[in-house]
Design a protein around this ligand. Structure first.
Ligand SMILES: NC(=O)C1=CN([C@@H]2O[C@H](COP(=O)(O)OP(=O)(O)OC[C@H]3O[C@@H](n4cnc5c(N)ncnc54)[C@H](O)[C@@H]3O)[C@@H](O)[C@H]2O)C=CC1
Ligand SMILES: O=C(O)C(=O)Cc1ccc(O)cc1
Length: 308
């Protein structure tokens, strides 16, 4: 599909892209670039690409497709670094969990004649670093593209074909709408997880090791999300601030209402809510969106949030 693809950032998402690009034969040459020598060395050991450099400008030179897979707060610095080396006609995309901020950071650095099309695969795990990637990560997952009004339809079609070849279904969205939707379905659950695990950890002096011992009782599902990469999620919070604050405020109100129902023993209110939420789970299962990540992905992952 492409002569040369440059992968800037080679953590969970970048390395998963490297695997699927190789499996599907989507590029003649994969150039891998990341900030630290240690991560780059690990990518080389794993054979994730055809060439390796800590200089992102060198990686993108002559690339037909550039995929930026770094924490969203680093998007602007990467765009500035690659700007002068981009080939006319190249497609530049990203995988960041927030979209408005990535556009604001990257667009000013995009030279005339390249196609900048932001994107976000709704696929991931709690693991990070180059060891965490696996080719099936994007299979049967959504990839949301948030093209700009001036985006060239042909370049957009090419990028859609790429993501379909990676196994994904494509949706298109306005970036602000994306950020509000993701604030509810992804960022809020993540923050709730951090909060509940933090609360339990504060209580652990009282309960001693019981938090760990009885963790199968609901708590464990939250610890999976709470084990995700701190840099990535710090950046998501800081770069989708308005939407996240709005959703947190709605959530706090609803939590207070639940508290009140329990205090006043309003069983009907609780029962009605729990019935409504059960129906939502049923719709998710019926839509085939409850698929667990394959085991081999988890096993392949080192899971230590490797430093890069
Ligand atoms: N982890 C997940 O489940 C998902 C993450 N995303 C998004 O994908 C992006 C990457 O996330 P992961 O691959 O999970 O993170 P990761 O922590 O596994 O990898 C990040 C990579 O970026 C590199 N990096 C960091 N700062 C850099 C800089 N200034 N210049 C060049 N490289 C730099 C690191 O060396 C590393 O290779 C983030 O924007 C995240 O929001 C999107 C979907 C799912
Ligand atoms: O591990 C999980 O359950 C996730 O939800 C992964 C994930 C994390 C961040 C994203 O922007 C998209 C997907």
């Amino acid at each position: 599909m492409f002569g040369r693809i440059a992968l800037i950032g080679i953590g969970l998402i970048g390395s998963s892209l490297a695997h699927v690009i190789r499996r599907e034969g989507l590029a003649g040459h994969v150039a891998v670039s990341t900030r630290s020598e240690a991560t780059l060395g690990r990518a080389r050991e794993l054979g994730l690409g055809d060439s390796y450099t800590t200089d992102p400008a060198e990686a993108v030179r002559d690339a037909d497709l550039v995929i930026v897979s770094v924490p969203v707060g680093a998007s602007g610095a990467v765009a500035a670094a690659i700007s002068g080396a981009l080939k006319p006609g190249a497609i530049i995309t990203d995988v960041g969990s927030t979209k408005r901020s990535v556009i604001d950071q990257m667009l000013p650095h995009m030279p005339e004649g390249v196609h900048f099309i932001p994107g976000h695969p709704i696929a991931g795990t709690e693991y990070s670093g180059p060891d965490a990637g696996f080719a099936a990560l994007f299979t049967n997952r959504w990839c949301i593209l948030t093209p700009l009004p001036e985006t060239d339809p042909e370049a957009l079609d090419t990028l859609k074909t790429f993501w379909r070849a990676c196994g994904s279904d494509i949706d298109q969205m306005d970036p602000d709408h994306h950020d509000r939707v993701l604030a509810v379905v992804s960022h809020l659950p993540q923050l709730i997880s951090y909060n509940i695990v933090g609360t339990a950890s504060d209580l652990e002096t009282v309960t001693e090791s019981e938090v760990i011992k009885y963790s199968a009782s609901g708590f464990r599902d939250f610890t999976r999300l709470a084990a995700s990469d701190p840099t990535m999620w710090r950046d998501v919070c800081l770069h989708n601030k308005e939407a996240i604050l709005e959703m947190l405020s709605r959530f706090s109100e609803d939590l207070a209402s639940m508290q009140r129902a329990i205090r006043w023993e309003d069983g009907k209110k609780l029962f009605d809510l729990f019935t409504r939420t059960r129906a939502i789970r049923k719709s998710i299962i019926e839509a085939g969106q409850d698929v667990e990540m394959p085991d081999f992905g988890r096993q392949a992952a080192r899971g230590d949030g490797s430093k890069s």
